[in-house]
Design a protein around this ligand. Structure first.
Ligand code: UD1
Length: 580
């Protein structure tokens, strides 16, 4: 992977990286390769901002950023805009204070040596081939350039931070509170200190409706939980994850009080779902998901037998829980709206007597809900997803989850009036995009990254060797880091086969694999799952055959053999978060 080291030679103080960003303002995005982070990076690039992502990849993949870059390239071309702004990546853990300082030093002090080594995402992305879904790009909805893009005094340096990096599993936070506070609070403190040391004065913080705890339900306004002793605090938050978000808000407010130049906006997300309509980026949760949409998706993919609906006795239209689902692309645009609001390069003041910055009359710490204001029940979500995928999703009603509320929806008034932001996408769009993402990427990024890298490898030598020596390809794939071991190649194919339901997509995959792996042999223990289970339904036409790994596969036998795929853990009837 290309990495750029800072040159310390006095004749050439600027590296290629510094040259690349010289005419752009830089936004540093922590956690930028994650689900919401990657969608936000895309919007930032669209708005003409260079982006530096800092992420430890604990719950994400750099692959997402390669795809973001390619989508940005496509969208900017369609919009008649010039090159995509630079996108760099640092694999850094926020708990590593020195590493965070090094990253800031690299960008803010180009002539001082720094240990940081950014990876130029474009260099990696442009070596890969992706096929994206056609989607309707509404040009009028494209992000408008941020004010700082036309202000040369703000170019070539980090001017703002969007802070996503955090642990976020509610249940896990109950059993591992120290890890949550160390990551979510310790990481924030390191970040704020580095910002202070390098004079970065704008931040948008990824908060959550979890800070409202169990106290409020429909149409929740931001004032339901306030910071700085101004009003109701976060007394009803039921888990360490939620408390870490609220504590972070308090810390940010305190820093704004102490530093008259610092401006921070916290965005309290309701229920983010959906994915970019290109089908290239989306949610790729590690471990067993608890949120409803990933759970529905797994039921669709037959990785769990059904959806357990937690409770049907709530005071809602059908008795199941109602939530305010928001499309992740809308959410991402909310971050741009927040950055726009705190950008001091915004329109100069016209009111006589107002001081230099138009922001000086605003509170320096602000909070906004990001939701749609509309609620959908679990049954409605199931129905919308069934419509998107054309298959009924099996479900059963079980007991309520401890601590769950009937209805949780946002008041969106403040974001509408002050940020001039509101959501565009509806529930059907969210389900369609989740479905498209899953169809194109049945096992998320990692598996597809390996697969697409293998089939779309730009290395002609590897291709040549593959055609004459499949064993060499196996070895090359492992040494290139595409697979951990040679055995993993077979396991990988088996897993993709299990979770790819669309026959045409599977056929295409097999066709590509057959090009790469002709005559490859598959170990005995990995063959079994491809065999028909004995329930093969006679196909009306002869199904296509694919010659892969030295064996001929018929798509109908593969599909019928997947009637009983191994299931991931099923949730208990009662709340798995019982310690809640
Ligand atoms: C969860 C998190 C919250 C986070 C939010 C958005 C918990 C306790 N809270 O809230 O911190 O901010 O996601 O990411 O995890 N449901 C089922 N069956 C399932 C899963 C969920 O019926 O298998 C129901 C729930 O009871 C609820 C709705 O689906 O009515 C949405 O649940 P979920 O996606 O977990 O979101 P929240 O409960 O809103």
């Amino acid at each position: 992977m290309p990495s750029l080291e800072k040159s310390t030679s006095s004749s050439s103080p600027f590296t290629k990286a510094h040259d690349a960003v010289a005419s752009y303002p830089i936004c540093l995005v922590t956690g930028g390769s994650g689900y919401i982070g990657s969608h936000t990076v895309l919007e930032l690039l669209g708005a003409g901002v260079a982006v530096v992502v800092l992420d430890n990849l604990v719950n994400s993949h750099m692959e997402s950023l390669c795809r973001v870059y390619r989508i940005a390239e496509y969208e900017r071309k369609l919009a008649g805009q010039e090159n995509v702004p630079p996108l760099f990546f640092h694999c850094v853990d926020l708990r590593d204070k020195q590493a965070v300082i090094d990253v800031f030093a690299f960008w803010q002090e180009p002539t001082t040596p720094s240990k940081a080594k950014p990876i130029d995402v474009a260099e990696v992305a442009l070596r890969r081939t992706y096929s994206m879904k056609e989607y309707n790009l509404i040009l009028s909805k494209r992000p408008k350039p941020l004010p700082s893009t036309t202000d040369p005094t703000r170019h070539g340096k980090v001017i703002s931070v969007v802070h996503f990096a955090a642990l976020k599993a509610v249940g896990e936070s109950v059993s591992k509170p120290l890890e949550y506070y160390e990551n979510n609070i310790g990481g924030l403190l390191n970040l704020l200190q580095a910002m202070k040391a390098h004079n970065v004065k704008e931040m948008v913080f990824s908060s959550s409706a979890v800070v409202y705890g169990a106290g409020k339900e429909a149409n929740i306004s931001e004032d339901a939980v306030q910071v700085g002793g101004k009003g109701p605090g976060a007394g009803l938050i039921t888990n360490p994850y939620g408390r870490s978000k609220w504590m972070a808000e308090e810390i940010l407010n305190d820093c704004c009080i102490a530093d008259a130049e610092l401006r921070v906006t916290s965005l309290r997300y309701f229920n983010p779902t959906g994915s970019h309509p290109s089908g290239l980026i989306g949610e790729d949760p590690k471990g067993t998901p608890n949120n409803i949409v990933p759970v529905i998706l797994q039921a669709y993919q037959r990785r769990r037998s059904k959806v357990y609906i937690f409770g049907s006795g709530y005071d809602t239209q059908d008795g199941t829980g109602v939530r305010d689902y928001i499309h992740v692309s809308d959410l991402a645009k909310g971050h741009l709206a927040a950055l726009r609001k705190i950008d001091p390069s915004a329109t100069p003041p016209t009111v006589p007597g107002l001081t230099d910055s138009p922001q000086q009359d605003l509170p320096r710490y602000n909070v906004y809900n990001l939701g749609t204001g509309h609620g959908y029940s679990v049954l409605e979500i199931l129905d919308a997803f069934s419509q998107a995928c054309g298959v009924e999703i099996p479900f059963t009603i079980s007991g309520p989850r401890t601590g769950d509320l009937g209805t949780v929806t946002a008041s969106t008034k403040r974001a509408q009036t002050e940020l001039e932001w509101e959501a565009d996408f509806g529930i059907q769009d969210m389900c369609r995009d989740v479905y498209n993402w899953a169809e194109e990427n049945p096992r998320g990024y990692e598996q597809l990254r390996r697969f697409s890298a293998a089939i779309a490898s730009q290395d002609p030598e590897m291709l040549r060797r593959a055609s004459i020596d499949p064993q060499a390809l196996r070895k090359a794939s492992v040494s290139a880091g595409l697979f951990k071991s040679e055995e993993d190649i077979g396991k990988f194919m088996k897993n993709v086969a299990r979770t790819t339901r669309k026959e045409s997509a599977f056929g295409e995959m097999m066709r590509k694999m057959s090009v790469m792996f002709t005559n490859e042999s598959i170990p005995e223990d990995e063959r079994e799952d491809y065999e028909p289970s004995g329930q093969t339904v006679a196909a009306p036409v002869v199904p296509p055959k694919w010659d892969v790994f030295g064996k001929t596969w018929q798509t109908d036998s593969i599909f019928s053999s997947r009637e009983n795929p191994p299931l991931i853990e099923e949730p208990e009837d009662q709340d798995p978060l019982s310690s809640h």
